[in-house]
Each structure stands twice: as C-alpha cells, then as structure tokens.
Design a protein. Structure first.
Length: 315
C-alpha cells in the first residue's frame, strides 16, 4: 500500500496498529495536480505521517464509516461520520485509521491555493502556520456549507469525473472552497477578517502595499514607502498596526520571505541558498534561516531538498 500511494503523494511513513486483522484495502485516486481525491476502504487499522520531504497540502477528511484520529501534539481529535477534519498535513503528527470496515474520502488541496487565497483576503502574506480549527460540526450552517461544497467537488472528481476534464471549473471550485474555509472556519487570522468588515484599509495603506509588491526585490526603505503613500512614517506605521495588525517593515519582510520560499520551491531554480537570501534583501544567512524556520516550520535547506525530491520523483 505504501508503494502504491508514494507515487501519488510523495514519501510518507505508515505502519499497522492492529495486528489481528487480515490486510485488505481498496482505494481510488484522482487528481488534476492541484487537488486530489482518495476514496479508501480498509479492513485493518493503520497510521500515517508525512515525511519531511512530503509536499504541503490541506487535507479535508470526510469519514463514511469507522474513524480517523488526528494527532496534533498532545491532542488527539476524532473524526467520525458526523464531523469533518481539516488540517495542514505538515502540522499533523499522525493520522490513525481505525474501525473495520473503514471508509473515507480525503480531498488534498495544494497549500499554495490556501496561502494565495489568504494573502488576497487578508491583504498580507501568509507567514507561519494558519492553525485552522481541525474539526467542523456538520450540523452547523458553516459545516453544512463546507461539506456541501466538498461533496460537490468529490462527486465531480471521483472516477475521473467532469471536473478532471474541466480545468476552469475545477479552478473556480477550488478557489471558492479555499475562500469558504478561510471565511467560515476559525484560524489564527480570523480576528483580522472581523476587523476588515468594519475597517476597510484607507488609500495610503493600499498604496503602500501596492508599492511594496511592485518593488519587493528592490532595496526600498520605509521612507520610500511612506513617500510613495503620501504620509509620514509615523502615520504609515500607525495605519499598518490598525489595519494589518503588523508594522510596514514586518509586512515587507514577510513578503520577501514568501518570495524566497517560492524560489526554493521551484525545482528549476539552481541559485545557491545564499544567493536567494541576498536576492530578497536578507544579508545575514543565519538570521534569515531562523526567520524562515519560524515562518514555515522548516529550514531553507529542508525546503530545497523537498523540492528537489519532488522533481526527481516526477522524472
């Protein structure tokens, strides 16, 4: 089973947790490259965890029978037929499949879609863990919406369904799903969404953000940003704290960290780590590596190795 899944998911670790059952399993796997569906039936209990080089994605788990236990640190969350699980696969310590027979559908959405959608909604780069609430009560309005859209996607993908052959429709639905999750499910930045409803960012903050995006690779200073926005540095800092929940310099640093990560995730990029570091304005590699690890949960070298591993597995 591990060998069968590795070609689709990349490296991961798996082991049996119930020794008494005979091994019997059946799965279906369908993907368009950005979103994948695994429909599984298992007659034995087993556990799985992502390997360091595994790609990053959002796992959306709908259990039909049996259960899936999600371990997050010391907390173990049970996923059953009345609940839906949501988790970044790199944040989970393990997934444990139990109950015989067990049946479940697992959607896997490329984490880049979540990160890009979050950045667009929040108007700030997504740095660090999102910490989505891992369970959704399917009896609530939010739970019913998320489950309904997830089920629509599952029905359209299963058995190489019409969504696999309609890239535009698939793109619209995955974007809608990411948007719905971020707006409906509690996470680390929910307070910023609530603030945005009542306090739309003023023009000088929007101008500052646009200027940063246009010049993220240039040696700009906060004085340059303030002048481009038509306000003082003090007013710029106050505005960012009010409307972005951070400082303008931290906002720019987050943009550059994200840009560096995109370079490291690009398997065709052959630049040295230090060259990428300097390219995005980080002149002390040790401090860059520490900030990068705090933001993304892995070192720059680990990101590069994982990217190269994915490239080799696709050859």
């Amino acid at each position: 089973m591990v060998e069968a899944f590795t070609g689709s998911f990349g490296p991961f670790d798996a082991w049996r947790t119930g020794r008494e059952q005979a091994i019997s399993w059946k799965t279906g796997f369908w993907t368009d490259g950005t979103l994948s569906l695994v429909s599984g039936q298992y007659s034995y209990e087993w556990s799985v965890k992502a390997a360091p080089e595994t790609a990053e994605w959002l796992s959306v788990i709908l259990v039909r029978s049996g259960a899936i236990d999600l371990a997050l640190g010391r907390t173990v969350i049970e996923g059953t037929a009345g609940r839906l699980l949501l988790v970044n696969n790199r944040e989970a310590d393990r997934f444990s499949v139990r109950g015989t027979p067990h049946q479940s559908d697992v959607l896997r959405l490329d984490w880049k879609v979540i990160a890009q959608t979050a950045a667009a909604i929040l108007e700030t780069p997504l740095i660090g863990t999102l910490r989505l609430a891992p369970t959704i009560d399917l009896s609530t309005p939010a739970g019913q919406l998320v489950r309904g859209l997830a089920q629509t996607i599952i029905n359209g993908v299963r058995n190489n369904g019409p969504l696999i052959h309609s890239p535009i429709a698939m793109s619209h639905l995955t974007q809608a799903f990411a948007n719905l999750v971020l707006r409906s499910i509690p996470h680390r930045f929910s307070h910023l969404l609530e603030r945005k409803v009542h306090l739309p960012a003023p023009r000088h903050i929007r101008c500052a953000v646009e200027f940063m995006h246009a010049n993220v690779g240039e040696p700009i200073t906060m004085q340059n940003v303030a002048e481009a926005s038509g306000v003082s540095i003090r007013a710029l800092e106050g505005g960012f704290r009010t409307f972005k929940g951070t400082t303008p310099s931290a906002y720019l640093r987050a943009m550059r960290l994200r840009a560096a990560r995109e370079d490291l995730l690009d398997p065709s990029n052959r630049q040295l780590l230090r060259d990428i570091c300097l390219k995005w304005g980080f002149f002390h590699f040790g401090r860059f590596a520490a900030s990068y690890r705090t933001a993304f949960g892995e070192t720059p070298s680990e990101t590069r190795r994982r990217s190269n591993g994915e490239r080799m597995s696709g050859l």
